[in-house]
Design a binder for this molecule. Structure first.
Ligand code: RTP
Ligand code: MG
Length: 148
């Protein structure tokens, strides 16, 4: 079982794309274990994107991700890292395949709508960074028989 942290970034929320994006993730068969609307602080943005500190786009990335409300989503299941990343598409929407979220809704790498964890280890750590354990549905309490 893997976990993935998904963030619908400020441009997705401002453009009214929460519904269309969640519809795609849900239709793919992903199991949501946490969802909340939030505004990311500078401190949290630095922790989350710390791996990019020092890169030329880092300041712009922090200012983008903290610029407005975001929808934070945790999903859990077998192979969810790969499933979510393939549904989201390439980092640069110009290169993202049509049919992916970034390929269908975006054109700008600096406004690419959505974050998704890139490894099982990062998925575990990012879900723990953004959600308290009381905010997450635990597998043993879920209704697995309704969703495969
Ligand atoms: P994310 O972490 O947001 O899911 O995106 P990602 O894995 O597809 O891409 P990553 O390399 O982790 O980059 C994080 C975010 O930084 C912005 N970025 N801008 N050259 C650039 O201007 C540039 N490169 C990356 C994007 O917003 C990217 O999602
Ligand atoms: Mg990344």
């Amino acid at each position: 079982m893997e976990k993935s942290l998904i963030i619908l970034k400020p441009d997705a929320v401002q453009r009214g794309l929460i519904g269309p994006i969640l519809t795609r993730l849900e239709a793919r068969g992903l199991k949501f274990i946490g969802i909340k609307l939030s505004q990311i602080s500078g401190d949290l943005a630095h922790k989350h994107y710390g791996v990019h500190e020092g890169k030329p786009f880092f300041a712009g990335l922090v200012s983008y991700i903290t610029s407005g409300p975001v929808l934070i989503v945790a999903v859990e299941g077998k192979d969810v890292i790969e499933i979510v990343r393939s549904t989201v598409g390439a980092t640069n929407p110009v290169k993202a395949a049509p049919g992916t979220i970034r390929g269908d809704f975006g054109v700008n790498i600096g406004r690419n709508l959505i974050h998704a964890s890139d490894s099982p280890e990062n998925g575990e750590n990012e879900v723990a960074l953004f959600f308290n354990s009381e905010e997450l549905i635990r597998s043993e309490r879920s209704v697995d028989q309704w969703i495969t």
